[in-house]
Design a binder for this molecule. Structure first.
Ligand SMILES: C[S@@+](CC[C@H](N)C(=O)[O-])C[C@H]1O[C@@H](n2cnc3c(N)ncnc32)[C@H](O)[C@@H]1O
Length: 246
């Protein structure tokens, strides 16, 4: 998969995409992540990427031409393979795991980073396929959102994570949060790891983990809990947990 991040601050993005799992995916040859300097696609001597807003008002708006030219260049370079072209904006759809899964299906993802008052609306309407927000707050630029999206998508690309099974245990995969995890030592400052995890009894461990996922999701994320399809086994686990705590 190829991910291109279009920004006026490549130096902000570069260090992040060159370490940890993102670097590993690139070394393994399953992932290519590029940072593209938007200023390369300007034609004046000052490499201007923003201008005053029509209609007046505070701040500057990012010009449409460099974004159109950058995306056309990148798509051509990638051989016009199917692409998602994402404008980062606090006004977009909220990013979530299912969206990451969707983006990971296409061979080319282009992430456009805004600044100032944002990007000229014609980019959103006539160039982008998606407008995405990473949360209900306003950041100074689109680089952190682009990195969040790139990271969430990249780890889904086969070959990026060492053990692909770990993806199946993640929060949100089946609408539930992941269970609590523990590692050695079994006791630390008097705090014991739950006995069942030390028992070596795989079926009991699986049942305990499932129950923890259900309880956590119900307690922490009522919005997710509303949509969970409980199985007979889940209902039984919850009933038993309630009986043993009463
Ligand atoms: C200061 S923001 C512009 C905010 C815009 N004036 C508004 O209120 O909707 C500048 C840039 O940061 C990025 N950005 C800020 N917050 C974001 C968020 N929550 N999600 C995604 N991108 C965001 C976008 O690329 C945006 O163009």
């Amino acid at each position: 998969m190829r991910i291109d991040i279009v920004t006026i601050f490549p130096e902000m993005v570069e260090p992040v995409i060159r370490c940890s799992m993102l670097a590993r995916g690139q070394q393994a040859g399953v992932l290519e992540i590029n940072t593209i300097d938007l200023r390369q696609f300007t034609h004046d001597k000052h490499h201007t990427t923003d201008d005053a807003p029509f209609g007046g008002g505070a701040g500057m708006v990012m010009k449409p031409e460099p974004f159109f030219e950058a995306v056309e260049y990148l798509r051509e370079q990638a051989g016009w393979v199917p692409a998602r072209i994402v404008v980062t904006t606090p006004q977009g759809k909220l990013f979530h795991q299912a969206m990451a899964v969707e983006f990971a299906q296409v061979p080319h993802l282009i992430l456009l980073c805004g600044h100032y008052e944002g990007i000229d609306e014609r980019v959103c309407q006539h160039l982008a396929t998606d407008e995405v927000s990473i949360g209900d707050y306003v950041l100074t630029g689109g680089e952190l959102p682009a990195l969040v999206i790139a990271d969430a998508v990249a780890r889904l690309v086969p070959g990026v994570l060492g053990n692909p099974e770990s993806l199946q245990q993640d929060s949100f995969v089946d609408g539930l949060l992941a269970p609590p995890q523990y590692t050695r030592p079994a006791e630390y400052r008097g705090y014991r790891v739950p006995e069942v995890l030390l028992s070596g009894h795989h079926a009991n461990i699986a049942r305990w983990r499932r129950l923890q996922r259900l309880l956590r999701t119900r307690e922490r994320r009522p919005d997710l809990w509303e949509r969970v399809q409980l199985t007979e086994e889940d209902l039984k686990l919850l009933r038993e947990a309630e009986e043993s705590s009463s």
